[in-house]
Design a protein around this ligand. Structure first.
Ligand code: MG
Length: 381
């Protein structure tokens, strides 16, 4: 048995209109989910993930935890299929759960996306989970530094999320619980605003987890609050019996296969906040005409948003997408086909062009450009 102490807080921040983050604190299980999708779809996805984790028997093994998240993924895809207004929704999820292994207490961790689990250590914060994001892939490939990644304009592009693909890749860990250890689960709204040092200082200075989470959330909001901020602090208060495996924290790490991730997972871009329709009911007499104008406008935007093709980046590969590189309102680009070329094979100039998306009117033209890139890369000395 693990006795936990915890505190949890979530705030919309200063820019977004909705809070699409969701959290679960149900000892021995702690979850943060960060939803994405136009309108309220992101909230639906995050809530579905959390509901699924809360509504089932707690997992007794890492396999059980992974299959629970797998089921949550299916539930989100099913809902998006049934309800077209939520199509394209997705969510991150990071879970910390107390379990037993051979009568000894143990911690299970699982992660999809870029919400994080940290452990506070004497020498600084230790990030346990790995982000499944475009910038993290570029850091791993040595193409970006951590400092560049932290301020990269495309740092919100995920390479994995729940709700996107029937086969979701879930990383998982087994950790040794140690009395006095403090864990932090959070959405990117926290670590994009505060440095590791600032987070660590708050976790060190404030003993009460309830007060620590409030301070973390309020400081992240004061620092800009560009996104929803969600924080769960979990303390290991007592253990019975004490684990016999010593103080080495990470006992097992099961990364989902990155090679499969690169070929199978499409890039998931967090859409920008859709702007409010310019529509007012006060102009009663003009409502009908406004509705007509709006309909025509939205249809034009839809046609424009879904027209054309561009060559861009999917995970670590170059790929062809249908639509506009940044999407238009809630009309996001969709993956069309792979160019069978890795980002790593591009020159710096080609990479820069592909990062912002090279647009074409037809699929044939996009294919021709993709083939040109491919041939140049393959014939380069
Ligand atoms: Mg977020």
């Amino acid at each position: 048995m693990i006795e936990f102490g915890w505190g949890a807080a979530s705030e919309v921040g200063r820019v977004r209109k909705n809070n699409q983050d969701c959290l679960l604190v149900s000892s021995p299980m702690f979850v943060v989910a960060d939803g994405m999708g136009g309108h309220k779809a992101g909230e639906v996805a995050a809530l579905l993930a959390v509901e699924h984790l809360a509504g089932n028997t707690e997992p007794s093994s890492l396999d059980g935890l992974v299959s629970l998240i797998d089921d949550a993924n299916s539930a989100i895809i099913e809902r998006a299929t049934d309800d077209p207004s939520t199509r394209g929704m997705g969510t991150t999820v990071v879970v910390l759960v107390g379990m037993e292994l051979g009568n000894e207490p143990i911690l299970g961790v699982a992660n999809v996306g870029d919400s994080r689990l940290y452990r506070r250590a004497e020498h600084g914060l230790v990030q346990i989970t790995e982000d499944h994001s475009l910038v993290e892939t570029l850091v791993r490939d040595g193409r970006l530094t951590h400092a560049e990644a932290a301020v990269h304009p495309q740092r919100n592009i995920l390479t994995r999320a729940l709700g996107i693909d029937e086969k979701v890749l879930i990383d998982s860990w087994l950790l040794t619980p140690v009395i006095g250890d403090r864990y932090l689960l959070c959405s990117d709204g926290l670590f994009n605003e505060l440095s590791n040092m600032e987070i660590q200082t708050i976790l060190d200075e404030i003993d009460s987890p309830d007060e620590a989470v409030l301070r973390l959330v309020s400081e992240a909001s004061a620092a800009g609050g560009h996104d929803n901020i969600t924080v769960v602090v979990v303390d290991i208060v007592d253990l019975d019996p004490l684990p016999s495996v010593g103080r080495q924290r990470v006992i097992e790490f099961h990364p989902a296969l990155p090679a499969i991730e690169r070929t199978q997972q499409a890039v998931v871009a967090e859409p920008k906040e859709p702007s409010n329709p310019v529509f007012t009911w006060r102009l009663g007499l003009f409502v009908a005409s406004i509705v007509t104008v709006m309909t025509v406008l939205i249809m034009s935007i839809a046609i424009y948003g879904r027209s054309g093709y561009f060559v861009g980046i999917s995970g670590s590969d170059v790929a062809i997408f249908k639509g506009r590189p940044d999407g238009i309102l809630w009309f996001d680009p969709t993956f069309e086909e792979s160019v069978k070329l890795e980002v790593a094979d591009l020159t710096a100039k080609e990479l820069k062009a592909v990062q912002s998306g090279v647009t074409f009117d037809s699929l044939d033209e996009a294919k021709r450009y993709g083939f040109e890139l491919y041939t140049q890369a393959k014939t380069r000395p």
